[in-house]
Write a protein that binds this ligand. Structure first.
Ligand code: SF4
Length: 304
């Protein structure tokens, strides 16, 4: 059977931080070559859906720009509108016409201003610049791990590659976010055709926040790249441990539940989860179950 290598991606890491059980549903059985146990990832809310539409239209736009195809504002709006309709249909989500029209307008504005941001003006304005865009699914092999940490765009400017990560929605700040950005540099040095030294890169983030694009510079060097790698190795080790527990007990009964009830509200695995009727109570029941399990195994040991 085809065995996959362990992998690290921001999506997997975020889910793991939110809830080990939900992570195990999604990923623990995948490495054995088995398909997803749960439903494949799809937008959970209309906000999620609009972020996906923005990202997907952005990739289309970049692909056309790469081939020097020009987009008009009307064309952009039409593409956004039909992609929103398509995703609403696929997810059987129902929203009012007003909410849909507002979202289409916001995505169009978001994408239009993104092209005009000082960092990307080079790509859309000047001819002859070297730039390349990536999809998040592009991986490199790092220490035997499939690393999914591609920048969204890399632009060659003033003798260096600027690796740019675009965040269409600013979620709450996480202490690991800078390290995650630095992994882009680890990704790039492993990627064919890119330089192998940290000195030859800059890292920037463009994040959509309160109606404008905010640009942020991420400082890094060899040392912080190594720290990012250590973080990745630590995450993967924890995931493998969780995976082992999931394979040993596929009921997932002993895996930690979500840190917050918020994660449960939009979780695809809620129907089959003990937290279906309340996270707090489910954690209590699990705690008692683990105490019983431990005392049984202690009794077994003392009888031998
Ligand atoms: S419902 Fe909550 S506890 Fe259960 S798997 Fe989902 S996020 Fe985790």
């Amino acid at each position: 059977m085809h065995q996959r290598q362990p992998h690290w991606s921001q999506t997997s890491q975020r889910l793991f931080t939110e809830c080990s059980r939900a992570w195990a549903h999604q990923y623990a059985f995948l490495e054995q070559g088995k398909p997803f146990r749960g439903v494949p990832s799809r937008p959970r809310t209309f906000d999620d859906l609009t972020v996906r539409v923005a990202r997907s239209i952005w990739i289309e736009r970049l692909s056309d720009q790469y081939q020097r195809k020009v987009w008009s504002d009307i064309y952009r709006r039409r593409r956004i509108s039909s992609t929103v309709d398509e995703m609403l249909w696929n997810t059987r989500m129902d929203v009012s016409d007003l909410r849909k029209a507002t979202a289409i307008h916001q995505i169009a504005e978001q994408l239009r201003t993104l092209e005009q941001s000082s960092m990307l003006r080079i790509v859309f304005g000047e001819q002859g610049k070297r730039w390349v865009y990536f999809q998040r699914q592009e991986k490199v092999n790092l220490n035997g791990i499939d690393l999914f940490a591609a920048p969204d765009i890399a632009v060659f400017h003033q003798d260096k590659w600027t690796l740019i990560r675009i965040r269409f929605r600013t979620s709450k700040w996480l202490p690991t976010i800078d390290l995650e950005h630095r992994l882009m540099a680890n990704w790039a040095v492993q990627h064919t055709g890119f330089p192998s030294s940290a000195d030859e890169y800059r890292i920037r983030e463009l994040a959509w926040s309160r109606g404008i694009w905010r640009e942020q510079r991420i400082e890094f060097d060899e040392k912080t790249m190594n720290e990012a790698l250590d973080l990745l190795l630590h995450d993967v080790q924890e995931m493998r441990w969780t995976q082992r527990m999931a394979l040993a007990d596929p009921s997932l009964g002993i895996l930690p539940l979500a840190a917050s009830e918020r994660s449960c509200r939009t979780c695809f695995h809620r129907e089959t989860c003990p937290a279906k009727t309340g996270l707090h109570e489910a954690k209590e029941r699990q705690r008692e179950y683990l105490i019983t399990l431990n005392s049984k195994s202690r009794n077994k040991v003392s009888k031998h």
